[in-house]
Design a protein around this ligand. Sequence first.
Ligand SMILES: [Zn+2]
Length: 413
Amino acid sequence: MSTNIRINGDRLWQSLMRLAEIGATEKGGVCRLALTDLDREARDLFVSWCKDAGCTVTIDKMGNIFARRAGRDNSLPPIMTGSHLDTQPTGGKFDGAYGVLAGLEVIRTLNDHGAETQAPVEVVAWTNEEGSRFAPAMVASGVFGGAFDLEYALSRADTEGKTMGEELKRIGYFGDQEVGGRKVGAFFEAHIEQGPILEAEKKQVGVVQGVQGIRWYEIVVTGQEAHAGPTPMKRRKDALVGAARMVGHVNRIGLEHQPYACATVGMMQVSPNSRNTIPGKVFFTVDFRHPDEAILNKMDAALRKACEDEARAIGLSLDLKEIWYSPPVKFARECVSAVEGAAKSLGYAHMPIISGAGHDAVYLSRVAPTAMVFVPCEDGISHNEIENASKDDVAAGCDVLLRAMIERANAPA
Ligand SMILES: [Zn+2]
């Protein structure tokens, strides 16, 4: 088979724009929350496109949609690609939709050229990746990857108390297939970067090496409330002064572990929050991210020491809890190489990159060799109605996806 086949960039772009009409917002974005009527409309369109492309479509009990193009040897596990069709409430046209439609374009291109692959090829649309209607995020690929129980996932409810299970049945996407428990030869996910690096470096393709780890903390600092006037400075146990110094340390720890570390205090509650009372209690959160587990551990130790030192200096009590840890993911060597090799042989400017956000590929990597392809997005902005990507870049990423998938589908088992 010719290894020089290319995807059809016009067709891919037209499909993206057609899909973006479903839930289109006035500002040019998309609002298509998981398992709403709009999500059903998008799913129906995707399924009809897959059937038109000759695929066999199956749906599992999480509503994940799989469209399969047969290979020469259908006893081999499929080479899979895909992403999600749901969006944030003020989402864009590309986050998720690109990965699903790039997969469809791979299948359409193979059809155009009558190209056979040894292993079958599948494109998948994962349910509720965003986690904005039903928390947690990536829950359906998480069930597939063995991170969550099916019962747990189906019982997740939105703010009105409607569960995923009920809503899947209502829109007709509670499928008959078991979730996961089958072999996947490889999983690839194409996605917009959602950050500014590729654009700044003038690269069309990011060869994603892995996904950074995340540690979340909740910290309560307790001092003593007192009158802001009669209490001399030296006698104070000001919880907010302590917390403010700790925030400074969080920022310092992030800066000390560049280029990859991110360290953020995004929420703070001051009590009693009264202008003439010295704050007695402060609650705040810390979000640490880094692709290397050893460095995340160092950041953890530095945070604990800094908070203890500052609390002691002012005479405050400290309650520091780690509430979530998502370990860093390193993608499979053979899949990362397939992506890199494809970008190189196609002549696209590319670079290695680490994903700062979570993706369905994180959970797939637990059960299959996995990698991702990133393309630039304008100004690094996503989860926003102005999210944008160029037609050339999305086509380049899809070409890389096609070539990497052909390589793995024809690799000796
Ligand atoms: Zn996404």
